[in-house]
Design a protein around this ligand. Structure first.
Ligand code: 9MR
Length: 363
């Protein structure tokens, strides 16, 4: 566990951002102030999202470069959201770049920012096939070695943040798009039991943390969400410590909004777990048009409403809140503009739809 007497890992640059956010009166979700810079206004309708989220989490992915350098980004992050997910800082290639050597600095900075602003932290991610370091991917390890490596990674990382990281995506994307098991280093080396083992190791390291499985394209009822459902059912029947399923919700407006999302969440909740939207965004083919923004707003609004319709849904996290830092254009040529705020940090219709959905249920 970290010692919190000082801010471990805090850089002077990040401290400056803290000071500016506090000076702007924006810490802890107070009313927004218009900044009116040449880049556009950071103002958004009052109240902020977090002000009307009640006990639900309204979260965002956060990455370090922007947190350290972009004051207006940090200001909106503090004002609007009550939960953050490190977008990359907790991933294996960053966290354990050499075997047994852990690099805490980046994740510590995000956790410290979150604590300073009354935000929960979702931990992402412990077991995944992507963003693994070369020593692990190319190591040619036996099953027994892989098992030891994975157990040590989970025990060290979860133990380090015990009591500070509220929930972990323990296993990310275990299924292929057709609902069969994804062929990964973990499945090949350890068999399907790696999921139960990872959950047990995470639970041993922090019995208080909520432990999740997380995947994309499982928002509606389809072969992949059926596979996740069967896995959850089987893990619960075996008494494996599993608390929740994360529905990533990376939408493409080329596809219709999935049908019966709330019904799908509910069938998972009926297995005795919590659910959450963990990586919401909605991309479309550029250029940006008013009609695309209006359609995108309906995807955001429907997702928030689906969560609010299911008592076991603990919240919605967007995968970066601004198009300025979204992963989408780098992965989908010609597509983008997937976030709540545009590249100038101005709220889009999607922001209004998310706010309206929350307001409709606010006490
Ligand atoms: O947003 C992340 C991006 O910065 C990384 O380059 C990318 C690497 O694969 O991962 C992105 O986040 C992914 C998340 O960790 C898991 N679900 C899909 C997300 C988008 O690719």
């Amino acid at each position: 566990m970290r010692l919190l007497v000082t801010r471990p890992g805090s850089s002077p640059a990040l401290s400056l951002v803290f000071a500016m956010v506090v000076a702007a009166g924006c810490a802890g979700g107070s009313s927004p102030q218009a900044s009116g810079t040449a880049e556009g206004s950071a103002a958004s309708p009052s109240p902020a999202l977090r002000d009307i989220a009640g006990s639900r989490q309204i979260g965002t992915a956060v990455d370090l470069p922007q947190l350290k350098t972009d004051t207006r980004y940090a200001e909106i992050l503090a004002r609007e959201f009550n939960s953050v997910t490190p977008e990359n800082a907790l991933k294996w290639e960053r966290m354990e770049p050499a075997r047994g050597s852990f690099n805490w600095g980046g994740a510590d900075e995000i956790v410290t920012f979150a604590q300073a602003h009354g935000q929960k932290v979702r931990g992402h991610v412990l077991v995944w096939h992507s963003q693994l370091p070369g020593w692990l991917n190319g190591g040619g390890f036996s099953g027994a070695e892989l098992r030891e490596i994975l157990q040590n990674h989970i025990a060290t990382e979860v133990g380090r943040y015990a009591g500070e990281i509220y929930a972990w995506d323990v296993v990310n994307e275990p299924f292929a798009d057709d609902g069969t098991w994804r062929d990964t280093i973990w499945l090949r080396g350890l068999g399907q039991g790696y999921v139960a083992d990872a959950l047990r190791w995470a639970h041993a390291a922090d019995p208080g943390a909520k432990l999740y499985l997380n995947d994309y394209d499982i928002e509606g009822i389809n072969a992949k969400s059926d596979a996740m459902y069967e896995l959850v059912k089987s893990l619960k029947a075996q008494g494996v410590p599993l608390d929740g399923v994360g529905f990533q919700a990376h939408y493409d407006l080329a596809n219709p909004f999935p049908s019966d999302v709330a019904g799908n969440l509910k069938r998972f909740a009926d297995l005795g777990i919590e659910v959450a939207f963990t990586e919401l965004d909605a991309r479309f083919k550029l250029p940006v048009t008013e009609s695309a923004l209006a359609r995108q707003a309906t995807y955001y609004g429907q997702t928030v409403a689906a969560c609010l319709a299911v008592p076991a849904c603990v919240g919605v996290t967007v995968w970066e809140f601004t198009d300025k830092y979204s992963w989408v254009p780098g992965f989908f040529a010609g597509k983008g503009a997937a976030c709540l705020y545009d590249e100038n940090l101005v709220p889009k219709p999607a922001y209004g739809a998310a706010l309206a959905a929350l307001a409709a249920q606010a006490p």
